[in-house]
Design a protein around this ligand. Structure first.
Ligand SMILES: NC(=O)c1ccc[n+]([C@@H]2O[C@H](COP(=O)([O-])OP(=O)(O)OC[C@H]3O[C@@H](n4cnc5c(N)ncnc54)[C@H](O)[C@@H]3O)[C@@H](O)[C@H]2O)c1
Ligand SMILES: CC1=C(/C=C/C(C)=C/C=C/C(C)=C/C=C/C=C(C)/C=C/C=C(C)/C=C/C=C(\C)C=O)C(C)(C)CCC1
Length: 518
């Protein structure tokens, strides 16, 4: 296992300058160069898989299964997906939004790299949440500096070995450290900052970035609700929500922070969760490879304090051991919205349950606790889950499940409002590190047509009025009746409706023709 060596903050300007000057050599513009780097990163992950597994075990007590499922495999699948799609994503796109008279300009959207980007990773998925953004930055043709979380020091050291050992070091560098290094990094000029972590540091980063108008992607924390109605499949809800709290010992930004359970099914839900617990961990969570540990004593103390401060009643679990950074999956019945387990993000294996009278109350509470969470988990019948989706905002959502929407490496992932902005993963990663550059090319021969834009303007007003798009609605916002459109659309009110009518007419005509030919 390599040892973590902190970067001297005084060398950080030189590191940033180095990758920036490489960007300006245009080395990373070549698609083939990017593909080679992504392929090398893939092999870097594969060759160091054992070291990554060992480091995840040391830092977070992650067993090999979880290290593979949500760290290693997630990254290698991301890399393969990026490699397989990069040429398609990087191609110029023609724009469909151009009036016919302007098509001569041959407008296209080019996917340009942003330049040199900074990626700051968190501790909870210290491999996944560093490598996946980096893969997007490489795919889009940027150079990058990454800073792994100092709170997962063993993984941070292995990440440096992989990134600097397998990638072109003139383009991609690793900085190790905590606040002094982050502060020095934020003093440099970046073309984008990609930050994953808590909202308070996210605010520092956004403010600092604003000074130089640097765009930021923020992937932050939240108080995500789960809702279980009386019509939900209670056993399924219990099993799936328990999974959302035991994976990575609950240190998952998209885990449900609290669950609103209909009073009628509350006891059954608790019973089924206890049953599921026995099924997942027949010998308990203390002595199994399948349950992790809290990352450090500071976080352990924070979670313990949340539980100590709570007025709730422990219904399951509650065992803790600081020497081992162990916290048993714990169900707590809470009764107030001001309870510490509701007002703070637990980021650990605590499962506060709040009984509610009905879905109206659940929706009202979810909107009151955190109006723009990262995720939301409604369990119930289709009408109920549709209502939750319509009436509660969130970055993403899994219907009738724990965080499955966040478990797919190819789906866009991100928050809304104060749970973050910007999305990545799959094509969204390529897009978030690219600039959609609109390019037009005006041929010389259209000069006589384009002359309408030049002074003197006298006599040219009629022409530009003709070019202006005309409304099909009146001052009340109602769509006006148009005889021409009615005839062309065969009386349909939508394009699809019109198309269906044309199809029916054609089929009827063919049928009639056949009939008369017989
Ligand atoms: N939305 C997501 O995708 C996502 C994913 C994982 C974690 N999170 C959230 O992150 C939080 C926990 O992660 P964390 O504790 O590692 O986050 P953190 O905020 O402590 O640290 C994240 C990164 O910020 C750096 N940092 C710390 N202090 C800094 C400062 N003053 N200036 C600049 N950089 C600084 C750290 O060195 C680290 O690289 C939780 O709230 C969780 O929900 C969100
Ligand atoms: C349906 C068919 C089949 C069955 C397929 C099945 C059962 C697939 C099941 C897959 C599952 C359950 C996968 C779960 C994966 C979970 C992952 C990867 C979790 C990731 C978590 C992450 C990345 C967390 C991130 C956290 C963040 C961002 C914040 O902190 C077949 C295959 C049997 C047959 C065909 C049909």
């Amino acid at each position: 296992m390599p040892a973590l060596e902190l970067t001297d903050p005084s060398v950080i300007p030189e590191i940033a300058k180095g990758v920036r000057s490489t960007f300006l050599t245009h080395k990373t513009r070549s698609i083939e160069f990017r593909l080679v780097q992504l392929r090398k990163l893939y092999w870097g992950m594969k060759d160091n898989a054992n070291a990554i597994e060992a480091a995840c075990k040391l830092d977070l007590g992650k067993g090999i299964y979880e290290s593979n499922l949500s760290e290693l495999n997630f990254c290698t699948s991301t890399l393969i997906y990026d490699i397989n799609n990069l040429e398609k994503w990087a191609r110029d796109e023609s724009s469909p939004d151009v009036p016919i008279d302007m098509m001569v300009l041959r407008p296209k959207i080019r996917k340009d790299p942003l330049g040199t980007v900074l990626i700051l990773g968190p501790y909870n998925f210290p491999v996944n949440l560093l490598i996946c953004p980096l893969a997007g930055a490489i795919a889009a043709g940027n150079t990058a500096v990454v800073k792994p979380s100092e709170n997962a020091p063993n993984v941070a050291a292995v990440m440096q070995k992989v990134i600097e050992g397998y990638l072109d070091q003139s383009c991609y560098r690793v900085v190790q450290g905590a606040i002094p290094q982050s502060t020095a990094l934020l003093e440099q000029k970046w073309d984008k900052i990609f930050y994953t972590g808590g909202a308070s540091v996210g605010t520092i980063i956004a403010k600092k970035a604003a000074e130089t108008l640097t765009p930021v992607i923020l992937e932050l924390g939240a108080r995500n609700p789960a809702i279980v109605t009386k019509n939900a499949d209670i056993r399924l809800a219990a099993r799936r929500l328990l999974w959302g709290k035991v994976h990575n010992a609950g240190q998952v930004c998209i885990s449900q922070n609290y669950t609103l359970v209909d009073k009628e099914v509350f006891d059954r839900f608790v019973l089924e969760t206890k049953k599921a617990m026995k099924e997942y961990y027949p010998n308990g969570t203390r002595n199994t490879e399948d349950f992790g540990r809290i990352v450090n004593n500071r976080q352990w103390q924070r979670i313990k304090k949340m539980l100590d401060d709570s007025q709730g009643q422990i219904l399951m679990g509650g065992d803790m051991d600081e020497s081992d950074r162990y916290i048993e999956p714990t169900i707590i019945r809470v009764s107030s919205l001001t309870d510490s387990l509701i007002t703070e993000e637990s980021f650990g294996p605590l499962m506060p349950l709040l009984p509610v009278s009905n879905l109206d109350e659940a929706i009202r509470i979810a909107n009151e606790v955190h109006a723009t969470p990262l995720a939301m988990y409604p369990f119930g019948n289709k009408t109920e889950t549709d209502r939750c989706l319509a009436e509660i905002r969130s970055g993403g959502a899994s219907v009738n499940d724990g965080f499955m929407h966040g478990s797919l490496p190819t789906l866009a992932f991100g928050g809304i409002g104060d749970s973050g902005h910007g999305a990545y993963r799959g094509k969204a990663s390529f897009d978030c590190f690219s600039h959609a550059r609109t390019i037009t090319s005006t041929p010389g021969w259209v000069e006589f047509l384009m002359a309408v834009r030049y002074p003197p303007y006298e006599g040219k007003m009629k022409m530009i009025r003709r070019m202006e798009l005309k409304p099909d609605f009146d001052r009340e916002g109602r769509v006006k009746f148009s005889l021409a459109r009615y005839i062309v659309g065969l009386g349909a009110t939508s394009k699809t409706g019109g198309l269906v009518r044309y199809l029916v007419v054609i089929l009827a005509a063919l049928g009639l023709k056949q009939f008369f030919m017989l």
